[in-house]
Design a protein around this ligand. Structure first.
Ligand code: 13P
Length: 354
């Protein structure tokens, strides 16, 4: 059993590929659509997801896609379940299984991620629908006094319970403890909190008997707060992030796939590249599992219009290609300058090939 899970884990961090996080819940995707004046309906959300999933050539850079519950139940325009549609292109289907960050009792401004009740049965049903891996996101805020030890341990415990259930149900868990970049704190404070959170998470994974060899870690990068008057340089971010991971992420974990967390898309690529270019030991594959940093340009280019589907796919292909290069430390400014359509096979193909 573990051997199968380990081979799925290895496929997800196959050299030069990363994961597309397209698992926004209906309310979250609706908010993103609203900012661009796109009507959010079950059909417009399906069309948007199919646009991303069917971008020709993107499978060379994308190993897996994390879907929301609505999406894994939907079909392509040609009538194929979207999970099968992805598998046919060599992309592993994944599923977000937490039910969201809810206020933590007894604490103001902190949350604990819920979704453990009934999770075993939901995981089994998602596996039957074709999912091969899952995601659970914990959210940790930084202020002068937060996070509280209670918030860190409650979220770590839930992540570990989720991960153990996933492995029991033949799904690879992606463990995502996200330390938010909101705030004016300096990069050192983010490193301190991220380190403490990772320490707590791996302790909980150990206690719950989770196999690290069949687990992926999805952390934040170590950055200064978004409102910090002294933003960190790319080199400072890369150095602090790798140092923090070396101290707190066991070598048995096959892959670290970063979230983008609100970083601008090019910055998320630049940071990933800089981390991979640093000398010294990196016992895990270091890649991406970006949501906004992979989708923002594509969503903007599409704008909800059928005539823009190809432009949306080109924008997605371009970012996927740049991030795949960054996962090998091979990203260059010239890649950004290259016209996306010159680099993409999309100009030769329709917007989907069902
Ligand atoms: P972002 O890359 O937009 O942070 O999203 C990643 C994700 O999956 C959040 O749960």
């Amino acid at each position: 059993m573990n051997q199968h899970l380990e081979s799925v884990t290895a496929a997800l961090v196959d050299g030069g590929k990363g994961i597309l996080a397209a698992d926004e819940t209906v309310p979250t995707l609706t908010k993103r659509f609203d900012t661009l004046g796109i009507q959010s309906t079950e059909e417009s959300r399906r069309t948007y997801r199919e646009m991303l999933f069917s971008a020709a050539g993107a499978a060379a850079f994308i190993s897996g896609v994390i879907m929301a519950d609505e999406t894994i139940r939907q079909k392509s325009s040609g009538g194929m379940p979207l999970a099968e549609f992805l598998l046919n292109q060599g992309i592993l289907p994944g599923i977000k299984v937490d039910t969201g960050a809810k206020p933590l009792a007894g604490s103001s401004g902190e949350s604990v991620t819920e979704g453990l009740d009934g999770l075993r049965d939901r995981l089994s049903a998602y596996h039957d629908m074709g999912a091969r891996f899952a995601k659970w996101r914990a959210v940790i805020a930084i202020t002068d006094t937060l996070p509280s030890p209670a918030c860190v341990s409650a979220n770590a415990h839930a992540l570990a319970r989720y991960a153990a259930l996933c492995q029991e149900q033949h799904l690879v868990p992606i463990v995502e403890p996200e330390v938010l970049m909101n705030g004016s704190h300096a990069i050192g404070r983010c490193e301190e909190v991220t380190g403490a959170v990772l320490h707590s998470v791996f302790r909980a994974l150990f206690e719950q008997g989770v196999s690290l060899e069949a687990t992926l870690l999805k952390p934040n990068m170590v950055v200064a707060g978004a409102e910090c008057p002294h933003p960190a340089t790319v080199q400072e971010v890369a150095t602090a992030t790798l140092r923090c991971l070396r101290r707190h992420a066991p070598a048995a974990v096959p892959g670290i796939v970063f979230l983008s967390g609100g970083q601008d898309d090019r910055m998320a690529t630049t940071h990933l590249n800089a981390i991979n270019r640093l000398p010294g030991s990196k016992p895990w594959t270091i890649s991406f599992s970006y949501g906004r940093a992979l989708q923002d340009a594509a969503l903007e280019a599409w704008h909800g219009r059928n005539e823009n589907l190809k432009a949306g796919q080109q924008a997605f292909y371009h970012r996927a290609r740049c991030n795949a290069a960054a996962s090998l430390g091979n990203y260059t400014d010239e890649m950004e300058a290259e016209a996306a359509d010159a680099a993409s096979p999309l100009h030769r193909q329709g917007w989907h090939d069902d």
